[in-house]
Ligand binder design. Sequence first.
Ligand code: ADP
Ligand code: MG
Length: 699
Amino acid sequence: MNTNVLQTPIAYLKGVGPNRAETLKTELGIHTYQDLINLFPNRYIDKTQYYKINQLQRNSADVQVIGKITHIKSVAQKKGQRLVARFVDETGEMELVWFRGQKWIRENLKLNTPYVIFGKTNWYSGIFSMPHPEMELLSEHQGGLKVSMQPVYPSTEKLGNTGITNRTTNKLIQQLFMETKGRFSETLSPSLLKELNLISKSEAMFNIHFPKSQELLAKSQYRLKFEELFYIQLQLIAKNAQHKQKIKGFTFDQVGTRFNEFYSEYLPFELTNAQKRVIKEIRADLGSNAQMNRLLQGDVGSGKTIVALMTMLLAIDNGYQACLMAPTEILANQHYIGIKELLKDMGINIALLTGSVKKSARNIIHEQLENGELHIIIGTHALLEDKVQYKNLGLAIIDEQHRFGVAQRSKLWHKNNIPPHILVMTATPIPRTLAMSLYGDLDISVIDELPPGRKPIKTVHRFDSNRLKVFQFVRDEIKKGRQVYVVYPLIQESEAMDYKDLMDGYESIARDFPLPDYQISIVHGQMKPADKDYEMERFVKGETQIMVATTVIEVGVNVPNASVMIIESAERFGLSQLHQLRGRVGRGADQSFCILMTSHKLSADSKTRLETMVATNDGFEIAEVDLKLRGPGDLMGTQQSGVLNLKIADIIKDNDLLKMARHYAQKFLKEDPYLSQNPVIKHAYEQLVKHKNIWNYIS
Ligand code: ADP
Ligand code: MG
């Protein structure tokens, strides 16, 4: 079909008009014919099939089941009562439930007589139940007409209130198919269709809206999902390639004395294979003449810092300066101390620049950066200030990406005419393919191996009522010379309350762990940076045994002697945050522990989170669960990075398809960078770029 027809404003479609057009626009973002045709059903009501009870899935789908009611009873509940019927077929049993109209139902239902029931199933305390089912006697049902699968479209309350019901939407789409004759230009090449055994665009569009059968519906979904993911990947890969062509970087072609000297004389341990591989990947980037823009992912404790350090040495070897930016003062401080220690005999000039550096000292740093005396600068956001100018910044490293927005990242770029190479490090373990889709502009390296000799952290869940036992355990650990973190949640909305929780907690700990036997540090967001550092310092030096803190210590802090992490109100933390916090222990040779404290009141999601933490230490596994619980838009750090607004595919459930789409997109662009051999794909791609509003996936 002529693509121009699809650009027709929706108001022109018969049955729409200006008012409905406005509602469709504001409620569903539908401006044109094309937008409406790409409004895909959320689900389908399938009345072509009958399910057996043992085939039911925990997916809340609407299903049809044939069976009999064997008994029926009223069950008292908080308010009034509900009516519960036991419904059986030859494969099992389920419950039918009514909250309203119970009298009529009780009087009219026939026991032990075959019925066809229809409705949404819930899985509840070990049994499927169906609230307020549609019911029909099997004998009557068999006489009636069989309706096929009915699509259920996305809707909003306002749509419903203004008379655009599911049936209306359905009719509008029918109308659209009539006006356009339902012929859609093919958007995938013949070779792809053949190789992947995909149905045509027109057939897929028809069957996604008016499925003739389950099988055709599945094929349509498969094809359209593939198409969607394929073009996103094509766009990302093409952008990335353009970026590399356009943006020239400094070429670091020397692996020189600093790097080699450090490697052979000062490196305190053998690098893991993963660290070696990543350094190689980075070196390849730096040696090419394109700007590096790389994301380094590695679980907490996987040893990203040393990689950062060695990358900085490469910059220095080539006559450039390097900066390392951290999200908090504590962390910047720690990097500064650690890196200074590692480089102490090498005559490399390093400085620390944070908000709490005094003006006079700061001026000296500014000067030394400009005249090139300083080789490495480590700091916080303070590094982004306009006053900070470099002689020749060749490399910028950002630690713990999720605390920085994309805008801040790009600010670093503009410190030079030629942008410095950028390395972004994060411990948020985003599954690789998802990361590739979210951070399309970044190349990705992964450290997927922990340094040897780490004992897995033992994680347990304890209720507040067991606090005395937990404290006894803590005393025993401290007796062995270990140190302990106690972390309280800090959630912006209720900062005052959180602060009170923290202080109450601190007092109670101070009572149970009295002076002079025990020394306690406390760190929270309302303290002055200097006080924070002081308290942190005492803990790092082992002068205090207990560190009471809010989540300020979440990121990066490294105290190998700390072996117990107690997380208070653990049910209030997200999974990736819990994992980050846990990563503060398990850094030394001793067995470490993480204790998740909660009250007895737990939601289903909190329970899943706690169980996951107890079950695994693997950040990627945890990220998968996190994704399932929250969806990708919520993943830490992904909010700012371009939200994927998919029409049909699901980035988690369709992960395999995503990988496949990426594979083919790569293959196409590699063999045919300008798509000149693939006119169909070229055309579809250009349309997509041109009508940004249609497939505006990438912000
Ligand atoms: P993260 O990736 O969380 O930033 P760090 O870089 O802070 O991890 O490293 C965690 C700890 O592991 C540090 O004490 C570091 O010195 C140590 N470490 C890093 N790499 C190795 C290695 N290859 N062998 C032994 N210890 C290592
Ligand atoms: Mg770190």
